[in-house]
Design a protein around this ligand. Structure first.
Ligand code: ADP
Ligand code: ZN
Length: 766
């Protein structure tokens, strides 16, 4: 950073020439936009008290001294450990301090530093991710007038001629330290604004104006319920966590409990302990789990629960943030970004469904909430509880190695059995039949059986749309998105073909654009087509749930309520229906095609398939009637599918881990992915080569064993009009990826029209 500072100001006069070399104070400023910094600025004496780490500051930048606002990340004087990195007589003075109080606490600022280093992301971008936009732009605040006594009036109103009412007003103001709005004062004293205005004109009271947060969000209290008496397994898990809550010490627990084993009850009772100590807990769940059901479960046990879901307005979010920062919230429930909740005294972090891919952010900073939670919990000395029926193999391996403390819940509460799972071999079932039906004979019988017994049915198909492939039977031409290397999906509604990546939409192609054949063939099964088939076969109310039908806020919740009430008998949809739902009346789950994700070019394909099938299987057998699961597959002998049908997580992990180890994939190795994109293919390729070479050189310079795989064309070759190349950087040594990438970065020369990004611990390999 000091070097960049040099080059920026090289030709300028030295603006801040001090006689005394030891009398200087620098504000180190990071920016959320180019050129990011951080850069050092001097703090003029009159602004010294206003500058604090975490406030925004306006500074002049570059030769033209254009104004730019950044975040003060540190204040450095001659005796600061970083003093040597500052060039005191080359600094320009800061111009203006924007915020009265810091927007980010020292604890979160420290967290931001870690994220910035670990994920190789500019600090300013990280800080801006942590502070909600609504807080930054004062959403939901209003300029308000407040009344107080004039300074010299407090002890001598008798010196003035006052009416009784006027005297009461002054006494009221003198009697408390609180701020009064004119209206509150009028209501308390029982007078109109008249006498208040008069006092103001006479200079006996003064008004000041200030921005205050409006209350935008009402938290409703829910009916309270008592705790369940924990069963033996739950109690053992609870005791282990409680010990660390009592001792104020960090430990990461992996609560591996099959679906319905009562994990949430363990979380809740542990949080109760934390709240008794006057501390706060953060509960992270996948966005899709932020349902009224979840909300109610927590609100039934705690007074102050904030639920941070994605449909909050920025003013509401800002209000919650301030309530949390003021220590008024006991439990914060939210998706990924709730890990940044500004709790003043954190006591516990819970991360439910810890294997879920939505915990990884897919834009900078590309952080994984689980790893951020781990760092934060360790830094703030509190326990972290990771919960899942199908933990990610990273967490599982750490638990096996004793890094995490494994807490197993092997039984469902009340000893309800897990549902039977059977596979249906699609190769056999469709062998002799002319017409393709997504519902096999066997599945059809079972659905009829379940409906006949007044049960409900869930059908999973992890592909939306009607037909997932539009092809000409004459010349073989497949309709692709012009901007992405992805085949278009046919959507019946609106007779259109849509790119599922960029939403590019064209009218349904009837004629082949290549050879003019008027008989384009629509094949491949999507949820829309499944819906149509199911409607034909069964005469009951059905509902489809996927991102196409659930676009409106609240629609997901509404649909689930209808299903719960029994108005809908068959619920079909994408993975959206696989997660965390608890419907006692569901007695049959059908997986229409277990193979959709099995053959993707991604080393996590097996893990995802296992997780999805197990999760959806867990949606049944939750009530007294029991339940059954049927899995349709073309690969009934596949190890992953077999393990899923047996609910055998440990068996799956035991088979999968050696494969990962052989290729040094996580959890045995560490990966970073670099994606390069450009509208011009050759430029992207050229840059990818250049980056790969720079990485090799950096690895040699630093004498680290790092392997660069690639560059190669990315599996999704073109997206939104950008050609894409990628490379993987792998190593078995922890902590070496970042220094190698950082070093390479300083050597990489930009090429016009080319962008590139770094993804540490990538989840998305396409
Ligand atoms: P999980 O989170 O592991 O899927 P839940 O916490 O949803 O499991 O528990 C399943 C059901 O069992 C819930 O309705 C919950 O209220 C209930 N439950 C949890 N613990 C107990 C217990 N100790 N005794 C009786 N019922 C319980
Ligand atoms: Zn597209």
């Amino acid at each position: 950073m000091a070097d960049e500072q040099n080059s920026l100001f090289e030709t300028e006069p030295q603006p801040w020439n001090l006689d005394d070399q030891d009398d200087w104070l620098a504000a180190r400023i990071a920016f959320a936009d180019q050129p990011y910094g951080p850069y050092d600025y001097s703090i003029p004496a009159d602004l010294e008290s206003a500058v604090k780490a975490g406030v925004r500051i306006e500074v002049p930048l570059g030769r033209s001294n254009r104004k730019m606002t950044g975040y003060c990340i540190d204040i450095i004087g001659p005796f600061h450990p970083l003093a040597a990195s500052v060039k005191p007589n080359r600094m320009k003075p800061i111009e203006r301090v924007v915020d009265q109080t810091p927007l980010i606490s020292p604890t979160l600022l420290k967290l931001a530093h870690w994220i910035s280093e670990y994920y190789v992301c500019e600090l300013g971008i990280v800080i801006e991710t942590i502070i909600p936009a609504g807080v930054r732009n004062d959403s939901g605040t209003r300029e308000m007038l407040f009344i107080s006594l004039a300074d010299d009036v407090r002890d001598n109103y008798d010196a003035h001629r006052l009416t009784t009412l006027q005297k009461t007003i002054l006494e009221t103001l003198a009697g408390t330290n609180q701020d009064w709005t004119p209206r509150e004062l009028g209501e308390t004293v029982g007078c109109t604004q008249g006498p208040i205005s008069t006092l103001r004109r006479r200079g006996l009271i003064v008004t000041t104006s200030r921005r205050v947060q409006q209350k935008t969000h009402e938290i409703r209290a829910e009916q309270r319920i008592a705790n369940f008496k924990l069963n033996a397994e739950q109690q053992t898990a609870y005791d282990a966590i409680e010990k660390h809550i009592d001792a104020d010490s960090h430990r990461t627990f992996l609560l591996r409990g099959i679906t319905g084993s009562g994990k949430t009850e363990v979380y809740i009772q542990a949080i109760q302990k934390v709240v008794e100590y006057g501390r706060q807990a953060i509960v992270l769940v996948p966005e899709i789990s932020l349902t009224p059901q979840t909300r109610q479960r927590f609100r039934a046990r705690f007074d102050h629960v904030a639920v941070l879901h994605s449909h909050l307005t920025s003013a509401q979010r800002a209000w919650h943030w301030k309530q949390i920062a003021a220590g008024k919230v006991q439990v914060i429930i939210g998706a990924r970004s709730a890990i940044f909740a500004p709790t003043p005294r954190l006591g516990l972090i819970v991360l439910d469904e810890e294997h879920d891919g939505s915990f990884k952010q897919d834009k900078a900073p590309r952080y994984h909430a689980r790893d951020v939670a781990n760092w934060r919990a360790s830094n703030e000395n509190v326990p972290l509880v990771l919960g899942s029926a199908t933990p990610g193999l990273e967490s599982w391996q750490r638990a096996k190695a004793g890094v995490y403390h494994l807490l197993p819940l092997e039984k469902r509460v009340l000893d309800r059995p897990l549902p039977d799972v059977a596979t249906i071999d699609l190769r056999v079932d469709f062998g002799g039949r002319k017409r393709f039906s997504p519902i096999s004979q066997k599945l059809r019988q079972e659905i009829n059986g379940a409906l006949g017994d007044k049960g409900q049915v869930i059908l999973l198909l992890n592909r939306r749309g009607f037909s997932t492939r539009i092809q000409c039977p004459g010349c073989g031409h497949v309709e692709y998105c012009p901007d992405c290397s992805i085949p278009l999906t046919h959507h019946m509604k609106g007779n259109k073909a849509v790119c599922h990546y960029c939403d590019h939409t064209i009218p349904e192609p009837r004629v082949c654009p290549d050879c003019g054949n008027p008989a384009m063939k629509f094949s491949g099964l999507g949820t829309q087509r499944l819906e149509q088939e199911v409607q034909k076969l069964f005469d009951v109310p059905i509902m489809r749930m996927d991102t196409d039908t659930m676009r409106k806020p609240g629609s997901h919740e509404k649909a689930l309520a209808q299903f719960r009430a029994g108005e809908v008998k068959i619920l079909l949809g994408t993975q959206m229906i696989a997660k965390g739902l608890d419907f006692p009346n569901v007695t049959l789950v059908g997986v229409i095609n277990a193979d959709t994700a099995l053959h993707l070019p991604d080393f996590r394909a097996a893990e995802r398939t296992f997780g999805l099938v197990t999760q959806v299987a867990g949606r049944t057998g939750r009530g007294e009637k029991g339940g059954r699961v049927l899995v349709q597959t073309f690969n009934p002998d596949n190890k992953t599918i077999i393990a899923a049908t047996r609910h055998d997580y440990v068996g799956f992990a035991d088979a999968e881990l050696p494969v990962r180890e052989e290729f040094a994939y996580p959890p045995f190795g560490f990966l970073a992915r670099i994606v390069v994109k450009s509208p011009i293919q050759s430029k992207a390729e050229q840059m990818a080569e250049h980056i790969a070479e720079s990485l090799d050189v950096a690895a040699t310079d630093l004498q680290t064993a790092v392997e660069v795989l690639g560059p190669s064309v990315a599996p999704a070759e073109k997206l939104r009009g950008f050609y894409r190349f990628h490379m993987l950087i792998g190593t078995t040594t922890e902590g070496v990826l970042q220094p190698v990438i950082m070093r390479a970065k300083t050597k990489i020369k930009p090429i016009d029209d080319v962008q590139w990004m770094v993804d540490i611990d990538p989840q998305d390999m396409l």
